[in-house]
Design a protein around this ligand. Structure first.
Ligand code: SAH
Ligand code: SF4
Ligand code: F3S
Length: 446
């Protein structure tokens, strides 16, 4: 008998990837994925803990789920509820206390044990909490990804040892771990055999990758990329997220030497002030960052950059914030994410004095986002009139247009008719850009 699993995911690409892998594990147990929580036999909330309100969001979501679980119980059926991800890791006990009807609480390193936990819950009718960091890496025990899209993700590295003073990730994801290169190549091969044309290598610090091969050699990310670039059928390679400290010479060279390496790099700087960067424990200065950008642009002049920014970190003065604005003007970003500093219990910055008033954070965020929007708009509008290669996605049901991305990640829509969709899926075609807005572009095939 087939059972239904509903997975809802918050947070980063790594969480999205993990949700896919959990779905793969469950498939082997006869679970098919469902868009609806209603009537599901298993509901998994895959949570994110990066900023405040994550836990509140989870509890209100769980509150909404409870009546559905009860309705199912009234029919003599069971809805198993599981909370996964970074809130589970950080607040597992609290979840069990406040929502005793949650059957399973599992941390990000235990997803390969999910079948065991489900069996235990089904057998014993009690709760399971597993937020261990097991010695065996989960990746080795998860099945290969089954679903496949034009654009696929492969986790190469997980965890973080950098301990930026604002960040929960080192605590929720654990120490840095790199998968062996052979396992990654095998997974990538399976994806391309299934039709993937673009692979994004994922990791919390993807460029810190240092996987050990079966022969005991340590591979850098650059070496891995060089190898993956040989995969037949693969057109594009990307990576996410990189840390400025781990941008090695060989990886910079990869942007020059490997044509499949896309000219787009997400390289979070967080702040443009040396005082704040130091307090954040980023271990790089604004000049280090700018020099790095210069070196990257020297080998790949069309490189588009994106970044993350935090405004209102404890002690951030108007001058510090001004330094961030200045850095943004000097570098120029094609796309960015910016956040108000959020106090995370247990992190060093949470107990720093000089917390910044909410109002000041709001104003700074507003000002920074206006500048970042201008830059993004300018970048997109710079494409108008140009012809660029667009990799078209799996354009399932859209009737009047197909969707794809430029090498610089910009979304592009091309008008089409109903019967033509299939001809675009997974194809890279030249598109002349006619219009550009902040968030997307329109054009026609050349
Ligand atoms: N490993 C990546 C980022 C992972 S978290 C890196 O080092 O860049 C994603 C982003 O969330 C961070 O880049 C940061 O901008 C933001 N972030 C993390 N903790 C935060 C906090 N306490 N408050 C506000 N933003 C935060
Ligand atoms: Fe968090 Fe810093 Fe690690 Fe990124 S490098 S995950 S911001 S601690
Ligand atoms: Fe969130 Fe965990 Fe990713 S805290 S950003 S889901 S690593």
């Amino acid at each position: 008998m087939t059972k239904k699993v509903h997975i809802k995911t918050w947070g980063c690409q790594m969480n999205a990837y993990d949700s896919g892998r959990m779905a793969d594990v469950l498939k082997a147990l006869g679970y098919t994925s469902s868009e609806e929580a209603e009537d599901a036999d298993l509901v998994i909330f895959n949570t994110c803990h990066i900023r405040e309100k994550a836990a509140q969001k989870l509890f209100s979501e769980l509150g909404r789920l409870r009546p559905l679980q009860e309705a199912k119980a009234a029919k003599g059926e069971r809805m198993i509820v599981a909370v996964a991800g970074c809130v589970a890791q950080a607040e597992g006990k609290e979840i069990q206390r406040r929502a005793p009807y949650v059957d399973i609480v599992l941390g990000p390193q235990t997803y390969h044990l999910l079948p065991e936990m489900i069996a235990k819950v089904a057998r014993e009718n009690g709760g399971v909490l597993n937020t261990d960091f097991p010695p065996e890496p989960k990746f080795d025990y998860l099945p290969e990804p089954s679903a496949c899209a034009t654009s696929a993700f492969v986790a190469v590295q997980e965890g973080c040892d950098k301990f930026c003073t604002y960040c929960v990730v080192p605590y929720t994801r654990g120490a840095e771990y790199s998968r062996p290169p052979e396992a990654i190549i095998k997974e990538a091969l399976a994806l391309t055999a299934n039709g993937a044309k673009e692979i994004t290598l994922l990791g919390q610090n993807v460029n810190a990758y240092h996987g050990e091969s079966s022969t005991g050699e340590i591979w850098t990310l650059a070496r891995l990329i060089e190898k993956l670039a040989d995969l037949p059928g693969l057109l594009r390679l990307r990576m996410m997220t990189s840390h400025p400290r781990d941008m090695g010479e060989d990886l910079i060279a990869a942007f020059r030497d490997i044509p499949k390496m896309m000219p787009y790099l997400h390289l979070p700087v967080q702040s443009g002030s040396n005082v704040i960067l130091d307090a954040m424990n980023r271990k790089h200065t604004r000049d280090d960052y700018k020099r790095l950008i210069d070196r990257l642009r020297a080998v790949r002049p069309d490189l588009a950059l994106s970044s993350d920014f935090i405004v209102g970190f404890p002690g951030e003065t108007d001058k510090d914030f001004g330094d961030t604005m200045k850095l943004v003007r000097e570098v120029g970003f094609a796309q960015s994410y910016s956040f108000k500093y959020s106090r995370r219990p247990g992190t060093p910055a949470a107990s720093m004095k000089n917390q910044i008033p909410e109002k000041t954070k709001d104003n700074r965020l507003h000002e920074l986002q206006a500048l970042l929007r201008d830059q993004q708009m300018g970048f997109n509008q710079g494409m108008v009139g140009k012809t660029v290669p667009v990799l078209f996605d799996d354009n399932g049901s859209r009737k009047t247009q197909v969707f794809g991305r430029t090498p610089w990640m910009q979304p592009v829509y091309v008008a089409t008719t109903a019967g033509e969709h299939a001809a675009f899926s997974g194809m890279e075609m030249n598109v002349k850009i006619a219009e550009a807005t902040l968030n997307n572009m329109k054009g026609s095939l050349v």
